[in-house]
Design a protein around this ligand. Structure first.
Ligand code: SAH
Length: 343
């Protein structure tokens, strides 16, 4: 049995052919799936015999909603989903005036080992398939009863460590038979796996690339993110220049501010030196404090002056609005709490 959501239209056509069925049935099935009918029986225009064959070979791998937490102001929903094999993942939906945004997971756990992140504490369990990423979106859409128009790959996992499935996911999101969400409405966030950024820049996509930088020097970055031992900041920035050159898209840099670690005026100046002349935007994020480490959130006045220094150098930046802090919306926390309470 395979998850039918892992299939592209072309692949489903091939399957129809192999079953001696008409190819146009593939599009009909896709239409049902993406319009949120997940029961083959309810697909009215599909003949009974075809349904039987579908049921024999496929299941519809919609992640099951185990828990939904809604923030008090009700503009953030956090979902805990269970997958076919029982693994748990999280997604967050944020309601903005310009539309609903979902933050999805790309892996169960993560092996990148960033010191401040809850998703990586127990390492990588497994990659998510393209269909499991799609499933988070269609399941959440059904739950909130509204369309989701923006996607960020910023939940648990490192998207460029699950590269081929993420590429397939992007094509399914984009397809007119799929979610039909434009590439400009998608942001992929990475800790900076340089060869895959280079590869991505050749794919001619229009998605926004977000880089988790978090430090202005290799020395400090290595203390926060093991990936910095593999690729230097210079190499990451070089790959970003290539991405901008090929795609003309502005890069987003994420910078999580940790009290006394990376939040001084000197760090801000260092960040300016690195980013100078690059088409980019910096997201300043007061770090979310988690139980697993002792990193503390920067004082707001330091965040503000960090931002002002960048602005004075002409580097566009925003201080990220914190949403859903009352519902464990930071990476991996809901899943971890749930698993611990199960023990
Ligand atoms: N692996 C990818 C995407 C998932 S993490 C990446 O590294 O970009 C999404 C973002 O959340 C990253 O910028 C990550 O550094 C950040 N993050 C992780 N834990 C955090 C925390 N406790 N507080 C603030 N940001 C955090």
């Amino acid at each position: 049995m395979e998850n039918i959501l892992d299939f592209t239209l072309e692949e489903l056509k091939l399957w129809m052919k192999s079953q001696k069925e008409s190819e146009f049935r593939a599009k009909q099935v896709m239409d049902w799936l993406y319009k949120e009918t997940w029961d083959f029986e309810l697909m009215k225009n599909i003949p009974k015999t075809t349904k039987e064959k579908l049921k024999k070979d496929f299941y519809v791998g919609i992640p099951k909603v185990e828990r939904v937490q809604q923030s008090k102001d009700s503009d953030t929903y956090k979902f805990l989903f269970s997958l076919e094999d029982g693994n748990l993942i999280e997604s967050v939906v944020m309601k903005y005036n310009h539309g609903n945004t979902i933050c999805i997971s790309t892996q169960v756990g993560c092996r990148m080992g960033c010191k401040f992140c809850a998703s990586t504490v127990e390492g990588l369990v497994r990659n998510l398939s393209a269909g499991e990423m799609i499933g988070q979106i269609i399941s959440a859409q059904k739950e909130i009863g509204e369309r989701i128009s923006n996607i960020v790959l910023m939940g648990s996992g490192e998207p460029l460590d699950n590269y081929s499935n993420v590429l397939k996911f992007l094509s399914l999101v984009n397809a007119d038979y799929g979610l039909n969400i434009g590439q400009r409405h998608i942001t992929l966030s990475t800790c900076g796996i340089v060869p895959n950024i280079m590869d991505l820049s050749e794919k001619n996509l229009q998605i926004t690339l977000a880089i988790s930088l978090h430090a202005p020097s290799d020395e400090l970055r290595k203390e926060m993110m093991p990936i910095a031992n593999k690729y230097t900041i210079d190499e990451v920035i070089e790959a970003c220049r290539e991405y901008v050159k090929r795609t003309n898209r502005r890069i987003t840099f994420e910078y999580a501010l940790v009290r006394g670690v990376n939040d001084t005026p000197d760090h801000a100046k260092g960040l300016h030196n690195i980013l100078n002349g690059l088409l980019c935007h910096v997201n300043l994020i007061p770090i979310n404090e988690i139980e697993e480490n002792s990193f503390k959130k920067s004082y707001y006045e330091n965040v503000k002056s960090f931002s002002n220094i960048l602005t004075s150098y002409g580097i566009e930046n925003t201080i990220r609005r914190e949403m859903g802090t009352d519902i464990d919306a930071a990476c991996g926390q809901l899943r971890r709490r749930h698993m611990k309470s199960d023990l």
